[in-house]
Design a protein around this ligand. Sequence first.
Ligand code: NAD
Ligand code: IPM
Ligand code: MN
Length: 370
Amino acid sequence: MASNKRLLILPGDGIGPEVMYEVRRVIDWMERRRAVTFELDEDLVGGAAIEATGKPIQPATVEKAKAADAVLFGSVGGPQWDRLGFELRPELAILTLRRELGLFANLRPAVVLDPLVDASTLKPEVIRGLDLMIVRESTGGLYFGEPRGIETLPDGRKRGVNTEVYTTDEIERVGRVAFELARKRQNRVCSVEKANVMESGLLWRQTMTALREREFADVELSHMYADNCAMQLVRNPRQFDVIVTSNLFGDLLSDLASMLTGSLGMLPSATIGAPEPGGKRHALYEPIHGSAPDIAGRGIANPLAQILSFAMLLRYSFGMDEEAGLIERAIVTVLGSGLRTADIMAPHSAKVGTQVMGEAVVRELDKLAP
Ligand code: NAD
Ligand code: IPM
Ligand code: MN
C-alpha cells in the first residue's frame, strides 16, 4: 500500500543540509519507536541545484513537491551566487515552490520557550510567555508584482522597479487563515499594512474589515501601520495574538520577532495552500532563517528551527499532534538542561554544536516515549 506520508526533503545550501541532518535523526527515531513510516525523497534546490543542473530548481523537483504530502525545506542562497540574475538565483527555488504550489499563507509562530527567556536581547519581563503567530501572505505583493525589472533610461541612468499589488481575493484568503487560527487561540487578529501611504495597504485594511463583518464577527480585529508594529513588537510583544500582513512586511516582522524568542535559529514556519477538492492541502515547512553563510560548514548552527519545522509538519499535514508535542517537549527539556548552541548561549550553560544538540533531542525523545 502506498504510504500516505510522502515527504520531500530539500536541504538546500549552507547550514541547510547541516540542520536537516539532525531532522533525519528525529525521523529515524519516529520510524523506530513510533511505528510510522514515511516515504522519503530528497532533491537539490538553490545553489546546490545550480551547481548540478544550472538552475536553482528543476521542473521535476516542482512536480515531486506537488505529488508529496508535505515538503520539508532547508534554506538556499550564498554569496557565491549573489551575482546571478534573478531568474537564476538560488532564492528563486523557494519563490517558485511557493508560487507553483499556491502556498499563499506563511505561518510563522514566535514562541518564547521558558528556558530561553534569558537568551533574548530583550528583558525577560517583556517576553516571558510570548506566543504570537505571524501570518505572512506569501504568493503576492512586492515579491511577485508586475511590472518589475531594471531598465536603462535614454540618458543612460538605470531604473529599478517593483510593484506592490494585492487583489481582494488574495487578501481575503490569507485573512481567513488568520481569523481561523485566531479562533483557536486568543481570538484576536491585528492586520498590518501602511494604509496611510499605500493604496494596496488601504485596500488591505478595507478588505480585512469587510471580511470580519461578513464572516468573523466573533473575532476581534485591529489595524496597525507596519512601522508602528515593528516598534510595538519590541516594546510590548505580548499585546499581539495573530498578526496578518503582506509578503514583504511579514518577512521583516518575522525576522524581528525571532529575536524575541532568542534567535533566528529557533523559528519554524509552515506555508500552506488552499484545500483541493480531494481534501489535500499543499504545505511546505521551513525555518525562517537562511543558509547562514557566515557559520556554514562549522557544525555550530542551531538545528532547532528545522526540527521545530518538522514538528509543525507532523501536526498540520499528518495530524500527528502527539508526536509533534513530544518533539516540542523534548526541545524544552534539552534547553532546560542547559545545552545551548552558540546563538542562544547564556551564562552557566554548556555550549554545543549542531550534532550534539540533535542527538540530545533524540535522547530526550527516548526518555519521553521509550
Ligand atoms: P540568514 O538567516 O542566513 O542569517 C542571518 C544571521 O543569523 C547570520 O548571522 C546567521 O549566522 C544567523 N543564523 C541564521 N540561522 C541560524 C541558525 N540556525 N543557527 C545559528 N545562527 C543562525 O540571513 P542572511 O545572512 O541575510 O542570508 C544568507 C543567505 O540566505 C542569503 O543568500 C539569503 O537570500 C538566504 N536566505 C534564504 C532563506 C530561505 O531559504 N528560506 C531565508 C532567508 C535568507
Ligand atoms: C524567507 C526568506 C525568503 C523570503 C528569500 C530567501 C526569498 O527571506 O523565507 O524569509 O524573502 O521570503
Ligand atoms: Mn526572510
